[in-house]
Each structure stands twice: as C-alpha cells, then as structure tokens.
Write a protein that binds this ligand. Structure first.
Ligand code: ATP
Ligand code: MG
Length: 238
C-alpha cells in the first residue's frame, strides 16, 4: 500500500482541523496527526518580552526535532507507526451521513489511488514557514481565510488544551501575537509579502495548494476541493 503524507497548513482558524476530521471520516486508510501535539511543555513556551505573554504562535514553541523524527519514522515504517495521543477535540462542523456516503462513492469512482493508499494528514499552523519542514510532505494544502474572519473565529473559541493545562487567549491576543507571527513567518510565500494576496509563482511550484475557506463554501465543498488537490499533487509527483 502506498503512503501519502499530506500537510494541511495555514493560519489559526482557517479550518484545518475541521477539514482533517472530515477527510478522516471518508478516507479508508487515514491517520491524522496534529502539530499542536508537538508543542514544548507549557513552561518552555517562549515569552514575548514586550507583552509578557506566552507566544504560542512562533516556530520556537514547537519541538521540531521530535516532529521531524516522527515524520521520518512514518516514512521508514510505511505509515505503520502509532499515532501520537492527541489533545484535539472533535469539530463542530461535520459531513452528514449522506455526504460521507457520497464522498466515498466519489473516491471509488474518481480517485482510486486514494483507496489503495495510507493517507497521513498532518494538521498544523506552522508547516510552511521553513522549506526543510515543507519538504517533508508529499502534498501541501494551504488553508486560508481573510484576516477579519480568522480573527472572529479565533476570538469565538474557548481556548486550547496544552501539554499541561488549558490556554485561553487574553484580550487582544490575535492582533498582538497570532496574526503578526503568522505574517512574519509566511509572508515570504506571497507576492509583495502580502499574506492576504496571491502566492508567488515559486510557492505554487513548490506544491502549495491554496484552499480559500471564507465561509462561502460548505464543508463538503472544502472536502472535495482537498481531495482534488491531493489527487492533483499525486499525479504530478508519482
Ligand atoms: N467554512 C466554515 N464556516 C464556518 N465556520 C468555520 C468554517 N471553517 C471553520 N470554521 C470554524 O472556525 C473555527 C476554527 O476552525 P478550525 O478549528 O478547523 O481551525 P484550525 O485551522 O484548525 O485552527 P488552529 O490552527 O487554531 O487549530 C471553528 O470554530 C470552526 O467551526
Ligand atoms: Mg486546529
């Protein structure tokens, strides 16, 4: 059985976990891994010196050697490695039973290669900030949404389970930390450094597949777009 490692990246609240959870319900052989399970222990999260707040949105908050070893192990074992125990919770937005049936029929008809592959989905907010990390993935889905929408979604969330507790954003955290850190680490991928604009040609050539999730598409449409992008990337690489 073939192994496909799919990066599902993009800013916080772009819908990565939501779509990964849905993809998992329709792919016959699928393992879902969350980058959030590779955070450093709470006490080692970098502090923002000016704000005197933990910075959960910088690359330095992640244990990259541990993550990279895990991906290497997935490759070495053809995916036969135990998934990391996860702190992620279920998503509110889901496919209906009918939509799951429909999507599964579509996979059989249109994407037979996915039926015979173990698909490992890696869900993370910091997968494309670094070329060496980006290159770990066979397929690179990049979920995006406009700034205002990301901010509204993030501020509506209760918080995040962490290694040792539960993090709740203090007021202003999106504008002070989440968004500036995202811009700083991802602007190099965009024309004129504008993360709200177009990806550079070379970013597209490196395999990034833009998926715009701005509340105008249903979960089903986003799932179908993701399947199409995975299939498209496969036909160019294998
Ligand atoms: N298409 C959509 N329509 C409406 N709400 C959405 C849509 N996509 C995601 N959301 C909502 O936005 C919030 C964030 O989604 P999700 O948890 O999937 O984001 P994420 O990219 O995994 O974020 P993080 O990186 O912070 O984990 C959730 O409350 C989710 O229900
Ligand atoms: Mg998530």
């Amino acid at each position: 059985m073939g192994l496909i490692i799919v990066g599902v990246g993009g800013p916080s609240s772009s819908g990565k976990t939501t779509i990964c959870n849905s993809l998992r319900t329709i792919l016959p052989q699928c393992t879902l891994i969350h980058l959030d399970d590779f955070y450093l222990p709470d006490g080692e999260i970098p502090m923002d010196a000016d704000l005197q707040l933990e910075n959960w949105d910088c690359p330095e908050a992640i244990d990259w050697p541990k993550f990279q070893n895990y991906i290497d192990e997935i490759r070495a074992t053809g995916g036969d490695v135990l998934p990391v125990e996860s702190k992620e919770s279920e998503s509110l937005l889901k496919l209906s039973k009918e939509e799951i049936d429909e999507a599964q029929t579509l996979i059989e008809r249109k994407y037979p290669e996915l039926l015979n592959s173990h698909v490992v989905l890696i869900d993370g907010f910091m997968l494309y900030h670094d070329v060496a990390i980006s290159n770990l993935f066979d397929v690179k889905l990049y979920f995006r949404a406009p700034y205002q929408m990301l901010k509204a979604r993030r501020e509506a969330r209760a918080g995040y389970a962490t290694s040792d507790g539960f993090w709740v954003d203090p007021p202003g955290y999106f504008d002070q930390i989440v968004w500036p850190q995202y811009v700083l680490t991802h602007k190099y991928l965009f024309l004129n450094d504008d993360v709200e604009g177009e990806l550079k040609e070379e970013s597209k050539k490196s395999g990034l597949k833009d998926i715009f999730n701005d509340n105008t598409k249903s979960i089903k449409q986003l799932v179908l777009l993701s399947l199409d992008s995975i299939n498209d990337a496969l036909s160019h690489t294998i």
